[in-house]
Design a protein around this ligand. Sequence first.
Ligand code: GCW
Length: 689
Amino acid sequence: AWLRYARIQGAKGYHNKLPSAIVTLNATEGYPVYTAGQELSQGINGIFGKKLELDTADARRGHGQRPPSRDTTATVGTVAAYVDSNPSAAARLPKLIDDGFYLSVSRGNVLILGQNERGALYGAFHYLSLLAQGNCSDFTVTSNPQAPIRWVNQWDNMQDGGTHGSVERGYGGDSIFFWDGKIRDDLTRVGQYGRLLASIGINAVVVNNVNADIKTLTPENMDGLARIANTLRPYGVQIGVSLNFAAPQTLGGLSTFDPLDKTVVDWWQHIADELYKRIPDMAGYLVKANSEGQPGPMTYNRTLADGANMFAHTLKPHGGIILFRAFVYDHRTLNQTLDWKADRANAATHYFDGLDDKFDDNVVVQIKYGPIDFQVREPVSPLFSHLKRTGATIELQITQEYLGQQAHLVYLAPMWKEILDFDFRVDGKRSTTADILSGKRFPRKLGGYAGVVNVGTNTTWLGSHLAMSNLYAYGKLAWDSSATSEGLLKEWIKLTFSDDKKVIDVITKMSMASWPAYENYSGNLGIQTLTDILLGHYGPNPASQDGNPWGQWTRADADSIGMDRTVWNGTGFAGQYPPEIAAMYEKVETTPDNLLLWFHHVPYTQRLKSGKTVIQHFYDAHYEGSATAQTFPQLWRTLKGRIDDERYEHVLYRLVYQAGHSLVWRDSVNMFYFNKSGIADTKRRVGNH
Ligand code: GCW
């Protein structure tokens, strides 16, 4: 991935700008400061071919007391360890928060200090990232994360029918954590994943699927989870565990899993105690309840808050937190396409409304970015604007479930940026999603980011080299959402491939064009991705978008299309936003074209702001999007010889496939709506002429 530490051009010329030795302060093997020392040594050797002496001196010798043979030093440790040996430095150091770091480079003398050990490691990775991009200049930087929760979720199954540890919606091979219902013996790959995650500021990983297997909690598997935690601890990555709400009954043999029943509470307390006995620094839990057939508190007529608080209570003595998912809906009650008011999009806000002051302070509500499900374009979930007292995390998807499953290049940072920059105008004041998550808009201690990543055993991690830009950008945006998507992309290209200008230009061009292209050749104007909703969420199938039990509908008929989500005549969803935004989405005239069919049911002949009709926009967009995808293989071919053959061929294969598949998308979607509406394409490309 991006941690190759590949030798840069003219490496020798940089040697006098680099430190000659590394000093770690209070380093203990198995913890991040120790790792930082190893990483600096490995990185500088890789990038420049300079072998540094690594001194794991304790803090008392400290910075500035170098043996005479060394002229310059890279010192890395926590602020506390540094100040311990240099009390006078305390006043000079900037204010850091948890996980934050201070980094100063001055003529080869480097000081890397973290507020905690993890922060020190982040500082080391930051320094190495600059070096790997050929930047050895003097500078000082103080960096604090915008939010404390920067997690990834893996949807890994412990067992999948037979012996596998598969990954739900994973396209990069089997689970790196599980095999045959147990934790793998060899966790080498887990350590490497931890290293990748730490290098982009991620501080926890939930290792098992939210559709949780009760076997996760057997004593043997809890021992295994502890081995995973031990493997990730050197990188400052904590683990979290997904729970199955019914486990007290199905695993524990109790007669109930009612969250207010004392035997149930005691059972969960015992589980928490057993987990923390083995993993004292466990991050906490992730829970999917009362959704898609999963059990939950509503089974017993209890509220979602009753359910979340039960776990919160058992975690409290151990300092853990619970991420409780807002993805709550009952697909069994949604088989009602004919009911004009039925709308799955309403579910999350509907279920959580009125609970804002009911959650314990270690509960965080985890909300998917859109009200439906990781579509190519959705309005931002209104629930973010309803939780003023309860912390929230946004759930983003790095794995491209609806977005081409890594067989299509779709760089997602531009989409995430739009979501994070969206202004809800709560109480008439600027209230961006990012400011809500960070606790800047409403004062809250906890909040942040959760990304569904789903790496697997494939050597590319995600199944495609180019898809890794999404993981890189996710971590960086979780740390600082003001970073630009193009800037992050360029950084990633330099670290992953090369600083050859041509390579940077080509990959940037393709990647930045990729989300708009995918939106154009899949589902545009806010109609959803138009993928096959029943079979794996891959490839075009507009016909599957109505009459399905999943509540992902388009209500397309011979004359008109779109979900009427207005208050005056539709499902009322628009009314879940604060007044200014609700008013904007309520009317066709003020709804942006790219969400028109999300909020309104209109004739195919409806004029857009662009002047085109809806149906002509469909035809044109599908031609434009697939035409863009046709350029990708051509562009990539110009890089032959500038990228190693293995990665060149791997990527080319996928881009050629994408170019072809985009035509399949174009023609299926266009023909489908042509057949439905009978309206000719003014450019005479669609249908028989
Ligand atoms: O997007 C849907 C997926 C399911 C997933 C579910 C969820 C883990 O298709 O595979 O289940 O959402 O997020 O819970």
